[in-house]
Design a protein around this ligand. Structure first.
Ligand code: PEP
Ligand code: MG
Length: 324
């Protein structure tokens, strides 16, 4: 199946009406790196750093992390890599950390909440990232930010680490971007000041959808109950795009839906210009985008919303059947 996409691998994803969509990949293990070349990804939009913590039986040392991250940046050959800091807790439990007994782990002490409350590991990770960059550009993203203040605190941690590294004589990143994942609905309603100060945002669709519909992403009984092309969810996405446009904030979408061609095209039609997905999805998503007029697709979506349908999927599928 992948052979079909080789001819478009090095082509940019430009839609029929001339919108350039950047397709980047999700990664987390060394084994993912060869896909950077093979898939035609323009970079890594989400590097899930916790995976390297999860495959071990003890906490990795800082020096090991420096070596790992340096290899990732070497493999990327100057392409942008978005390193997401540890996203543990909930479904991702480190075997060598004391388990927390929480009634609702998905709503519990996880990700940036752990990083801010017990900053030891996060500091080590930030230091390792700065050392691995060794003067190259560095992009860091914090998961599960629910309010602006959490982002500010995390950003202050990065700045403190930078200061320390400077005193120790380590080279500092030539360019440093610090972003946040938008995966809790509350962050979409943060003060405008937050949108102005954050370097970029990435919608974590898996969690955002789970919290938007209050439907556990791990629970087979409910996880497919609500459609991603549900009009309420799309109007929420629209609101996020508008807020980012107002402040000129870069916005991407990571999460499994970005790798589904129809969903990806709809997100692009809603104004999202960077999509991060598993490498094998890049070909199929690009192939559909090349055949899509986003303006026309947007009209189909808007029309469905005006008619008051629950999901625009049937209308979108019918339109694709005759237009792409
Ligand atoms: C997400 O929530 O959409 C996401 C990309 O992060 P993860 O799937 O690792 O929670
Ligand atoms: Mg998530």
């Amino acid at each position: 199946a992948q052979a079909r996409y080789i001819s478009i691998r090095d082509k940019p994803a430009v839609t029929l009406d001339g919108h350039r969509i950047s397709l980047v990949m999700n990664a987390g293990l060394m084994a993912d790196l060869p896909s950077l070349e093979g898939s035609g990804a323009e970079g890594v939009g989400l590097f899930r750093t916790e995976l390297q913590f999860l495959v071990r039986n003890k906490m990795p040392k800082r020096s090991e992390l420096v070596a790992l991250y340096a290899r990732v940046l070497d493999a990327a050959q100057g392409k942008r890599v978005v390193f997401r800091t540890l996203d543990i807790g909930s479904d991702k439990v480190l075997p060598y950390m004391k388990p927390t007994d929480e009634p609702n782990p998905a709503l519990g002490w996880r990700a940036i909440r752990v990083g801010l409350d017990k900053p030891g590991v996060m500091r080590m990770q930030l230091q390792a990232l700065i050392r691995a960059a060794n003067g190259r550009p560095l992009t860091i993203m914090f998961p599960f930010v629910a309010q602006a203040e959490e982002y500010r605190q995390a950003r202050a941690e990065v700045n403190k680490t930078i200061e320390r590294e400077k005193i120790l004589g380590h080279p500092l990143p030539e360019k440093l971007e610090i972003g946040a994942m938008l995966e809790t609905p509350s962050l979409a309603f943060a003060p405008q000041k937050f949108f102005d100060e954050v370097d970029f945002l990435s919608i974590g669709g898996n969690d955002l959808k789970q919290f938007f519909f209050a439907a556990d992403r791990e629970n087979e009984r409910v996880r497919r109950r609500y459609d991603t092309l549900n009009c309420s969810f799309l109007s929420f996405i629209e609101r996020i795009v508008e807020r980012c446009d107002q402040s000129g904030t870069q916005l991407s979408f990571c999460g499994e839906d970005a790798g589904r061609p129809v969903e990806a095209a709809c997100f692009a039609a809603m104004g999202i210009r960077i999509l991060s997905m598993r490498p094998a999805s890049i070909g199929p998503v690009k192939s559909l985008l090349l055949r899509t007029d986003l303006g026309e697709l947007r009209k189909i979506i808007t029309d469905g919303r005006h008619r008051g349908v629950q999901t625009v999927r049937p209308a979108v599928m019918e339109w694709f059947g005759s237009h792409a």
